[in-house]
Design a protein around this ligand. Sequence first.
Ligand SMILES: NC(=O)c1ccc[n+]([C@@H]2O[C@H](COP(=O)([O-])OP(=O)(O)OC[C@H]3O[C@@H](n4cnc5c(N)ncnc54)[C@H](OP(=O)(O)O)[C@@H]3O)[C@@H](O)[C@H]2O)c1
Length: 251
Amino acid sequence: MFDLTGKVALVTGASSGIGRASAMALATQGAKVAVCARRLDRLAALAAEIKSRGKEALAMKMDVTIQKEVGAAVAKTVETFGRLDILVNNAGILDYSPFLELTEEAWDKVLDTNLKGYFLMAQRAAREMTKNKWGRIVNIASIASGGVGVGYPMISHYVASKGGIVGLTEALAGELGPMGITVNAIGPGGVETEMTRGVTEEKKQSMYARLPIKRFGKPEEIAAAVVYFASDEAAYTTGATLYIDGGWLAS
Ligand SMILES: NC(=O)c1ccc[n+]([C@@H]2O[C@H](COP(=O)([O-])OP(=O)(O)OC[C@H]3O[C@@H](n4cnc5c(N)ncnc54)[C@H](OP(=O)(O)O)[C@@H]3O)[C@@H](O)[C@H]2O)c1
């Protein structure tokens, strides 16, 4: 199960955290992987590591907020590997601001990266996937995406972007399903990455008090679900959001 031999994947935000782990996991399952982000040195090191394990990888510097760069990255992937089957929309940023002080610039930066970037990538990738009548789009959302009865102060712009991702996932599942493309989302809880590096030990301990699985998640624990959604075995799964949060939303 979950054999991705012959498939070509593109992972955004692969220079660290969940994106990096997802790229490694997809490659381990046999996919050829294009890894994108803005820090090319990190991507080159990741591609070298994937290649050292006998798999194929392509590192590309790309900013998901710039349509021209998105188009060029997808074109280069297809030129190099011949096709595009799997997109992992993962590149994201988190920013804290009290709502009454939230600036238009901060709002735009978060929405442009976390939501417009997903739109640009999904549209360009889906145009390739329709050629083979097979595709998988996996959108990394968050527990902080609204609709689950839990609010998150100080990150209203982030929550708005992540809620948009869940809505986009459901809309695209309906529209792209007849073309052989499934679209699903993953809503991680706290995961040990650069994004959560600033969370103090004290704050973590207060979260663990409520969290049934008493720790933050590992990027690999999110990557495992990425592999599932990317697989042939998930052909009947579309429009879903899977929360992987150590039980946070259930507690
Ligand atoms: N960690 C958590 O607790 C958690 C929880 C819920 C959801 N998430 C979501 O998981 C995803 C991955 O986050 P992470 O935790 O792995 O954080 P991370 O380690 O900070 O990774 C974020 C990635 O996004 C890339 N990125 C940011 N802006 C970009 C842009 N404009 N263009 C291209 N790439 C860009 C970064 O690379 P460069 O700087 O090199 O461009 C980096 O590779 C995000 O969507 C995040 O919202 C994380």
